[in-house]
Design a protein around this ligand. Structure first.
Ligand SMILES: *Cc1c(COP(=O)(O)O)cnc(C)c1O
Length: 376
């Protein structure tokens, strides 16, 4: 049996009767371009804000822009430092550089793979302005510790929620805890559009308004450019697709959770040396990715691939050790937890439609490998 990594087609088939007319309505109304006066964008922004439990959510073109624009709206720029985790997708670092500030990398907690508060504390200098915890793979970062550090040092916190729509920590939704939050609706994310799309949230209404204007050429209304911004609008078709999908998000997250529990039960009972994802006390995990650890990760990846089970590594190299950040002169010794994780992590198939037969196929290949591998 072959198992894909994600199955966006299955989700579309289930919603086709709602999605096709929603897209057609945008076309019929030629409501293509986003902005405050696009009814499809407004509807999605309002329903996403209500779902999250905040006053306002702002659509933008993608999750990378969301980070950049929020940092810019908060007045962060040249000469400032922003602390980001060593293990994340490059957007988190890239956004900091794009607005002229400097990313400073912190190591991760080896159990949850999210930014390590102790390492954040060590990275703080007099130039530090903000911390970007990433709720990696769908597991919340340690927000209690991070908010306490931020408060002590007068820093802003921007939650990168691109992989964690609906995750909770201490009963609170991620994206409602820090000063600001960015979301990605890239098609493969837990809530995905049919193209690029992103969202922004800010607790301070002045930052929210600046972010909204920055994403639309600095306009407060048409032809009233208060400052220079950029074109980073959420378009009508993406907003309409997202509005159809949003009511299903909690159900999809629950199904990801059920699939993850079954994978974890099988792996814990039958696969020695393979470590299933850990969930910190008080956290709920939305399993954007289901990431296991094994000392012979490449061997496990190969065995799964040969059996037709898709898998991937998120991510193979800590961000500060990539050529893109060679200018900082970091070595592996600077991020021991991230370096070890990058050598051992493997993402197994995970999507809401993942069924029991697929789960058994995955566990049985992992079991055969684990019981025969001499390195494991
Ligand atoms: C996907 C992702 C982003 C960026 O989102 P895009 O919409 O692809 O620009 C940012 N941070 C993390 C952690 C992501 O996974």
């Amino acid at each position: 049996m072959s198992v894909p990594f994600v199955d966006l087609r299955a989700q579309y088939e289930a919603l086709k009767s709602e999605i096709d007319p929603a897209i057609q309505t945008v076309i019929d109304g030629t409501a293509f371009i986003g902005g405050k006066d696009n009814p499809f964008v407004r509807t999605f922004e309002e329903s996403f804000a209500a779902w999250l439990g905040v006053d306002e959510a702002i659509g933008c073109a993608n999750g990378t822009d969301a980070i950049e624009i929020l940092l810019q709206a908060a007045g962060i720029g040249a000469g400032d430092e922003v602390i980001v985790p060593a293990l994340t997708w490059i957007s988190t670092g890239e956004a900091v550089t794009t607005i002229g500030a400097t990313p400073v990398f912190a190591d991760i907690d080896p159990a949850t793979f999210t930014i390590d508060p102790a390492s954040v504390e060590q990275a703080i200098t007099e130039r530090t302005k903000a911390i970007i915890p990433v709720h990696l793979y769908g597991h919340p970062a340690d927000m209690g510790a991070i908010m306490a550090i931020a408060e002590r040092h007068g820093l802003l916190v921007l939650e990168d929620c691109a992989q964690a729509h609906g995750a909770k920590v201490g009963g609170r939704m991620v994206g409602t805890i820090g000063d600001m939050a960015s979301f990605s609706y890239y098609p493969g994310k837990n809530l995905g559009a049919y193209g690029d799309a992103g969202g922004m949230v800010a607790r301070d209404p002045a930052i929210a308004q600046r972010a909204r204007m920055l994403a639309n050429h600095g306009q407060s209304r048409k032809h009233d450019h208060q400052f220079e911004g950029r074109n980073s609008r959420l378009d009508g078709i993406q907003a309409a697709v997202l509005s159809v999908k949003l009511p299903h998000l909690d159900g999809w997250n629950a199904r990801r959770g059920q699939a993850a529990r079954k994978l974890t039960a099988g792996i814990a009972a039958r696969c020695p040396g393979v470590v299933p994802p850990q969930i910190a006390d008080g956290s709920s995990h939305v399993f954007h990715l289901y990431v296991v650890r094994n000392r012979n990760r490449d061997g496990l990846a190969q065995a799964l691939k040969q059996a037709g089970i898709a898998n991937a590594v998120h991510y193979p190299i800590p961000l500060p050790l990539m050529p893109a950040y060679a200018r900082f002169g970091h070595t592996a010794a600077d991020f021991p937890a991230a370096v070890t994780a990058c050598a051992e992590i493997l993402s197994l198939p995970m999507y809401p439609e993942l069924g029991d037969a697929e789960i058994e196929a995955i566990v049985s290949v992992v079991e055969t490998f684990a019981r025969t591998d001499i390195c494991g």
